[in-house]
Design a protein around this ligand. Structure first.
Ligand code: TMP
Length: 217
């Protein structure tokens, strides 16, 4: 029987450098011989990427909070069945750029949807699936938004107010505080090189988590 893979997620607000640092960690893990796939949410499957387009399109300006939430979980259901579960079952690692913690941060923290509503959908859609490890890249909202603006045109969600993103950040930090076993916070306010050093440290920690899981600890 092959060992089940490892589910690692990257989280954070806008402009924190998730994509770059996920790529960096991916290279480190591959150098260690880890067999992995990289994916993202919303998206990750063909249908999920179409839902992503709807969610981020600035013309979808009248989506209500519940519709948004259900679209996110619809994309997630497809992503889990089509990509995440098969990879984990085959013993691969899954590196995912955002997952349900983003829903707690954005839809619950940001939009004010009751946490219990998110929790009920999480249980329904994911059953027992939860990340084994989560890296939260954290930076002041002002700094992150300046970086996001520097990348070009803002999408529908990036156009939210600074207050919205302050609530998103607070929710992430609170989730990290409540899940110390799987969360690691990376200070993304420093130089790229210093962030890389932190990711290197996290990589060692991730590998030791994996060893513990593999040995049944
Ligand atoms: P990205 O820019 O990191 O790819 O994420 C796309 C946007 O989707 C980002 O603004 C965060 C948002 N989002 C939610 O609001 N809820 C979620 O559950 C997820 C996964 C993303």
């Amino acid at each position: 029987m092959s060992t089940r893979g490892f589910f690692l997620t990257f989280e954070g607000g806008e402009g924190v450098g998730k994509t770059t640092n996920l790529g960096y960690l991916e290279n480190i893990l591959q150098d260690q011989g880890i067999d992995l796939i990289v994916t993202r949410e919303p998206g990750g499957s063909e249908l999920g990427e179409k839902i992503r387009e709807l969610l981020l399109d600035t013309r979808s300006d009248n989506i209500n909070a519940m519709t948004e939430l259900l679209l996110l979980f619809a994309a997630r259901a497809q992503h889990i069945s089509e990509r995440i579960e098969p990879a984990l079952a085959a013993g691969q690692w899954v590196l995912c750029d955002r997952f349900t913690d983003a829903t707690y941060a954005y839809q619950s923290g940001g939009r004010g949807v009751a946490m219990d509503t998110v929790k009920r959908l999480e249980e329904l859609v994911q059953v027992g699936l939860r990340p084994n490890y989560t890296i939260l890249l954290d930076v002041a909202v002002e700094t992150g938004m300046a970086r996001a603006r520097g990348r070009g045109e803002l999408d529908r969600i990036e156009r939210e107010t600074m207050d919205f993103f302050e609530r998103v950040r607070a929710s992430y930090l609170e989730q990290a505080r409540c899940n110390l076993d799987r969360y690691r916070i990376v200070d993304a306010s420093v130089s790229i090189e210093e962030v890389r050093q932190q990711i290197l440290g996290v990589a060692r920690d991730v590998l030791s988590h994996w060893e513990t899981q593999r040995s049944g600890g």
